[in-house]
Write a protein that binds this ligand. Structure first.
Ligand code: PGA
Length: 252
């Protein structure tokens, strides 16, 4: 059975106190309003992980990181390893976010090794893919997403792949206020599920959680989540406001 998930990507926002206050507020909310089978993942900055993790007691409310290094340990000043992340109790890590790809030059090969390292350390990977606007205009968006998945993810064994979640995030929709239409989201999600089926078979494809991300908010979450291949969302800006984020989770 595929899992329904809403993940909040806090990006580089909120100091430690603000982050703890938000996590605490969400924990209280989801204690009072049980997630009943859904999962909510708070993907916080590295420095928040240990403290935020210690606050979360609501069933289904978990936490994770937004990036990790591809090496095990060593002389990589300023970097954070997958095993360090896991040691905080975090269960997930976002990899391949378009901001990492474009601002920090992360390519498919690097993402493949980061993914392997994260999985080796017991983290679930939320693997992001998505085209830029010119690629959609040029009608090569399916090719772009196919390449990202084939190069970054499809080298995994079936067993490892089953510990990954895919997030489709059209880059033109991230932080812009422009959302993919429900039909555009469904079309790409169904394409992605088809690729997974070709590679790993029908059962694994049916079990794979595929999230939509890109200007998803309380006012449009329900129509996006209503599509049969959209299993939840990866939420940026709207994950920083408790009421907004809770309302998105409730739409799922
Ligand atoms: P946004 O970001 O919801 O602010 O568009 C989504 C993301 O980057 O994961």
């Amino acid at each position: 059975m595929r899992k329904k998930i809403v993940a909040g990507n806090w990006k580089m926002n909120m100091n430690l106190n603000e982050g703890m206050a938000l996590a605490d507020g969400l924990n209280e909310y989801f204690k009072a309003n049980p997630l009943s089978g859904k999962e909510v993942i708070l993907c916080t900055p590295f420095i928040h992980l240990g403290m935020v993790g210690g606050l979360l007691t609501a069933p289904g409310l978990t936490f994770g990181a937004q990036n990790c290094n591809d090496h095990k340990s060593g002389a990589y000043t300023g970097e954070v390893s997958a095993s360090m992340i896991r040691s905080t109790g975090a269960g997930s890590v976002i990899l391949g976010h378009s901001e990492r790809r474009t601002l920090y030059g992360e390519n498919d090969e690097l993402l493949e090794s980061k993914t392997a390292e994260a999985l080796r350390n017991g983290l679930r990977v939320i693997f992001c893919c998505g085209e830029v606007f010119a690629e959609r205009e040029g009608n090569i968006h399916f090719d772009v997403v196919k390449r990202q998945l084939e190069k970054g993810l499809f080298g995994l064994s079936a067993e490892d792949f089953r510990r990954c979640v895919i997030a489709y995030e059209p880059v033109w929709a991230i932080g812009t206020g422009v959302t993919a239409s429900p039909a555009q989201a469904q079309e790409m999600h169904s394409f992605i599920r088809g690729l997974v089926e070709k590679k790993y078979g029908k059962e694994t494809a049916g079990d794979t959680t595929i999230l939509y991300g890109g200007s998803c908010k309380a006012s449009n979450a329900a129509e996006l989540f209503a599509n049969s291949d959209v299993d939840g969302g990866l939420i940026g800006g709207a994950s920083l406001v408790k009421e907004e984020f809770c309302s998105i989770v409730n739409s799922l």
